[in-house]
Ligand binder design. Structure first.
Ligand code: BMA
Length: 297
């Protein structure tokens, strides 16, 4: 495993109010010989919006837009659109994210889903379609959709605290058969709660799913589970140890210390690039050989 030596790859830009303070958790998708990155950004108003950057090699940023490409436009997300994850199915990019609003003097976070035609995305026509709430009014986050239907159904991973859950849909609107599939482990790096990272990767062995685990000390690390191809509720193997733990300064110090948090991974031949937020402040990337990611039984 190698952290990119040029980390962080994206930092806040003080010239743009909307991304002047924090730039972190990002979706990433390979399309048209480029890796496209949708990153969460915050300015002084504390509201998360999404910015766009592009890299041809996955490491160096070749383009970064000056305006956000997605921002809150309804009451249920007035405090922010956070932690985007992207999945391509049938030339449509599905984007899940966390919609943040206020309720009872506290915060209500829910998962939200929208989409955009891949052709619009590539030409930067930000024609996002309707935004829907799969579980209206229920606290839920870390949603990501599998990159193809399984047994004729769309499948989504999401988090009902503290478990990683799975749910199904026929048309991406109504979601049903929610089940907890993976839970935290006592006395471990993922003892407190867990949640999906980027889009599951389909391998001969099964679905390789990267996830984040939080320890009782509130340290956020990344691990992997392999799920059965035809029955993603079945765990084939799970990493004992994290594949990434906060150790670098840009992971240890920032808005929220001791955090590596991922919403995006991209397979490039036999490597996987994992994009992750460092300390909720900057965006970083690390590359892995596929072999080293596959958890041993
Ligand atoms: C999670 C999410 C992430 C964040 C992480 C660490 O609950 O809010 O956006 O990176 O906490 O603070």
């Amino acid at each position: 495993m190698k952290r990119f030596r040029g980390n962080p790859i994206l930092k806040p830009n003080p010239k743009h109010a909307w991304e002047s303070k924090l730039v972190f958790n990002a979706a990433a998708i390979a399309l048209d010989n480029n890796i496209h990155i949708l990153y969460r950004a915050m300015g002084n108003d504390g509201i998360s919006r999404l910015g766009y950057a592009r890299s041809s090699d996955g490491f160096q940023i070749d383009e970064r837009l000056t305006n956000p490409v997605f921002e809150p436009n309804q009451e249920i997300e007035k405090n922010g659109c956070e932690d985007p994850r992207l999945t391509l199915i049938d030339n449509e990019l599905l984007m899940t994210y966390t919609a943040l609003t206020e309720r009872d003097h506290g915060q209500l976070y829910q998962i939200a889903l929208t989409s955009i035609k891949a052709s619009d995305f590539l030409t930067k026509n930000w024609n996002w379609k309707e935004r829907v709430l799969p579980f209206r009014g229920i606290r839920n986050k870390d949603a990501v959709i599998f990159p193809r239907k399984i047994n004729n159904k769309y499948v989504m991973l999401h988090r009902f605290d503290p478990d990683l859950c799975i749910t199904y849909s026929d048309e991406l609107r109504r979601w049903y058969d929610i089940r907890s599939v993976i839970g935290p482990r006592h006395n471990s790096w993922d003892a407190w709660k867990i949640g999906a990272a980027g889009t599951p990767i389909e391998l001969n062995e099964g679905w390789l799913c990267i996830y984040h685990g939080v320890s009782y000390e509130k340290e956020y690390s990344l691990g992997v589970v392999m799920l059965d191809k035809d029955n993603p509720e079945k765990i084939l193997s799970r990493s004992e140890k994290p594949i990434l733990k906060p150790t670098k300064d840009y992971e240890l110090y920032g808005k929220v210390p001791n955090v590596v948090f991922s919403c995006g991974n991209v397979q490039v031949d036999d490597k996987v690039l994992i994009y992750y937020g460092g300390a909720d402040s900057v965006l970083c990337v690390a590359s892995y050989e596929l072999n080293e990611l596959i958890p041993k039984k």
